[in-house]
Design a protein around this ligand. Structure first.
Ligand SMILES: *Cc1c(COP(=O)(O)O)cnc(C)c1O
Length: 472
């Protein structure tokens, strides 16, 4: 023992010795041995570096080993492995288009169509009438044209891809004019100047941060101008002494100078006839149909923001512009897979059938405040029955999310939950470790649950998750 305390590293067992611990029999039956070996090596490595940094000495290590720490940590590590990756989650944050939680959840009929084509062959690039090869987004383009009245449309993987495609098509090796007030970062490293650089176009900044006029664009025109771009400032607002160029003015300048104009709309606010108007709930958010009516050559927007479909970048606009995008090899590199395409088609069909308000994201955004209050009250009543919890309803604010309508909050009723035995941090992290995990909002050291973003059946599950967490 003396020699081992002189050299505490010798106290560490070998990987094989650790794996012989009977406490690990259950995880050993579930996970491949190589994976367990990796976990044990990592854990032993962590202990070794704690020794070398002087954070742990021989006595301390001996105590921890005697307490069975190695097996406990392997079990913890195996449990973490089981929680890794993409699984269903419950969103009680009230952020409807939560990028971290996958933005718009699919309508059940949309999800079913996606699952069906995922597990089978499907008619993807072949015309059933003629058996000839066609484009995989032919049908989706037709549906988007019917929905928006645009001359033509196409779909790529996401809106960042759609912007990249328009820049690379119209302005590669040339200049793109963009207002200084619209040089935005959308998040996830999507910064306009960087996107331009990677598309091979030179950015020409026009106007100032707070004021840009059409004259600024006109003065910046040159023989090298390839594109006039407008980007919706999705995630922030500029207030005060502000002036921006309307998309109509930009489109008109483009037409007279024979230069394409593109509007990156982002969220794609779209109010089809016969549907509840989102525009009334999200003041200031530009809408797709007015943007198209302005005469701009192309508009880019996301499929999984306000449209409420799967992830995609959609482009609608003039036939010649969309045709040029389609011919670019970059389009092929950004193409959508069959599952997303099937989901987008079904989403558009639902809207065309007058059923768009059934799409979960739309339904959540339009939820009636009185109904939200009633749901909050019944959730609070169920949570109140659990031990340790102090529960109350309070007026709150939900967010559209994904940079849609920055600064706009939707009135809701939240359930405020405090525990007498757990810290807020302990409560939220335990909820995230439930299966499925529950994500909540925290404000002033209180857990807030917003019923707006709960799907059918989620309320009962949230109550069970709290019960399980408190019983631990
Ligand atoms: C969200 C957004 C993007 C990025 O769209 P993704 O679909 O996330 O790739 C680009 N531009 C604007 C204005 C946006 O709001």
């Amino acid at each position: 023992m003396g020699a081992e305390l002189d050299n505490p590293y010798r106290l560490l067992p070998s990987v094989d010795e650790v794996l012989l611990d009977p406490g690990l029999a259950a995880v050993a039956a579930q996970l491949p041995r190589e994976l367990l070996v990796t976990f044990v090596q990592e854990i032993l490595g962590e202990l070794r570096s704690a020794l070398s940094r002087g954070e742990l000495d021989g006595d301390g290590l001996a105590r921890r080993l005697a307490a069975g720490e190695l097996a406990t940590r392997v079990i913890e590590r195996a449990a973490r492995e089981g929680r890794a990756g993409i699984v269903r989650a419950v969103n009680a944050t009230g952020v409807v288009l939560h990028t971290g939680l996958g933005r718009a959840p699919a309508h059940p009929e949309v999800a079913a169509a996606m699952a069906e084509v995922a597990r089978s062959y499907c008619v993807l690039e072949v015309d059933r009438e003629s058996a000839e090869r066609n484009q995989r987004d032919d049908r989706l383009s037709t549906l988007l044209e019917r929905l928006t009245g645009a001359e033509a449309a196409l779909a790529v993987n996401n809106n960042a891809g759609a912007v990249l495609l328009t820049l690379a098509t119209f302005a590669r090796g040339r200049e793109t004019l963009l207002s200084r007030g619209e040089l935005v970062e959308i998040g996830g490293s999507f910064r306009m100047p960087d996107v331009m650089e990677s598309a091979g176009t030179r950015l020409v900044e026009v106007g100032t941060t707070n004021r840009t006029r059409i004259e600024d664009y006109r003065r910046a025109l040159s023989a090298d101008t390839g594109l006039l771009l407008k980007v919706h400032r999705s995630n922030f607002r500029v207030e005060g002494f502000v002036e921006e160029v309307s998309v109509g003015e930009l489109a008109e300048l483009g037409r007279s100078a024979r230069i394409p104009s593109v509007y990156d709309l982002g969220s794609g606010l779209f109010d089809p006839p016969g549907h509840v108007a989102l525009a009334g709930l999200l003041p200031g958010e530009p809408d797709l149909l007015s943007a198209l009516a302005s005469g701009v050559d192309a508009i880019t927007f996301s499929g999984d923001k306000l449209l409420g479909g799967p992830q995609a970048g959609l482009v609608a606009g003039r036939r010649a512009a969309i045709g040029a995008l389609r011919k670019n090899p970059v389009y092929r590199a950004l193409r959508l897979d069959k599952v997303s395409l099937a989901g987008l088609e079904r989403t558009c069909e639902l809207i065309l059938a007058g059923r768009g308000d059934e799409l979960p994201a739309r339904r959540m955004l339009c939820a009636d405040p009185a109904e939200l209050a009633a749901r909050a009250q019944s959730l609070a009543a169920a949570l109140e029955r659990l031990p340790d919890l102090t529960v109350q309803c309070a007026p709150g604010a939900s967010q559209p999310g994904s940079g849609s309508a920055p600064g706009i909050e939707l009135a809701t009723t939240v359930v405020e939950v405090r525990s007498s035995s757990r810290t807020t941090e302990a409560l939220t992290s335990a909820l995230r470790r439930c299966d499925p995990p529950v994500f909540v909002r925290v404000q002033r050291d209180t857990v807030l649950l917003d019923p707006r973003t709960l799907l059918d059946g989620d309320e009962e599950y949230v109550v069970r998750a709290f019960g399980a967490v408190l019983g631990q």
